[in-house]
Ligand binder design. Structure first.
Ligand code: RP5
Length: 196
């Protein structure tokens, strides 16, 4: 099956996780490369924390444009409600997905090059009118998951209540422990998700 957990991602990249693994995924996480996983894992961690089912696929706007297009075109029909795209460099992945679906698309610009994520930020955020991408901070994968869940919570009072409880944890000085920097050889740390 084209978008099965093992179908697109390759070993260690895609799949469901947590006790909710049997539930149908409502969030689709798209990685431009498996090398994006160390940062994008924060997305999994946050979705797992709230037991929101997701799937992850590997699809690149430039290396596998047909796969990217097909994934976006089929996402709504497969029951997905929100897409999250993480990519670095000339990060057109989120925009390429958004071009093919009216599902909300959240872009995570990744710090992967000598430009420290500024390239990815501008490539992701500067979408022309008509095809929006909700862009989080550079390396802001945890916030992407939270934003996706806030969208889902519009029709899910239980999830809304749990998100509110999380905010209350943050106000008490807890809950931000999953956003620490990830060490990458030759790259600075992104500014996002550090609990500041
Ligand atoms: C982007 O190019 C990917 O999303 C990744 O952030 C970056 C580098 O990819 P690799 O060369 O590590 O596969 O398309």
């Amino acid at each position: 099956m084209l978008f099965s957990p093992g179908g697109l991602g390759g070993a260690g990249v895609s799949g469901f996780s947590g006790a909710h693994a049997a539930a149908a995924p409502v969030v689709g996480i798209v990685l431009g490369s498996d090398s994006d996983l160390p940062i994008m894992r924060r997305c999994h961690e946050m979705l797992d924390r709230f037991s929101v089912p997701y799937e992850q696929v590997l699809a690149s706007a430039h290396r596998s444009p047909a796969r990217t297009r097909a994934y976006a075109q089929e996402a709504a029909g497969r029951g997905l409600r929100v897409l999250i795209a993480g990519a670095g460099g000339a990060a057109h992945l989120a925009g390429a997905l958004a071009a093919e679906t009216t599902l909300p698309v959240i872009g995570v610009p990744l710090n992967r090059t000598a430009l420290n994520g500024l390239d990815a930020l501008l490539s992701t955020v500067q979408m022309p009118t008509g095809v929006p991408v909700a862009t989080v901070a550079v390396d802001g994968a945890a916030n992407a998951a939270l934003l996706a869940m806030e969208i889902l919570a519009l029709n899910d009072p239980d999830l809304a209540a749990r998100l509110l409880a999380y905010r209350e944890e943050l106000a008490r000085g807890r809950g931000g422990e999953m956003g620490g920097p990830v060490a990458r050889p030759g790259a600075g740390h992104g500014a996002a998700d550090h609990g500041s």
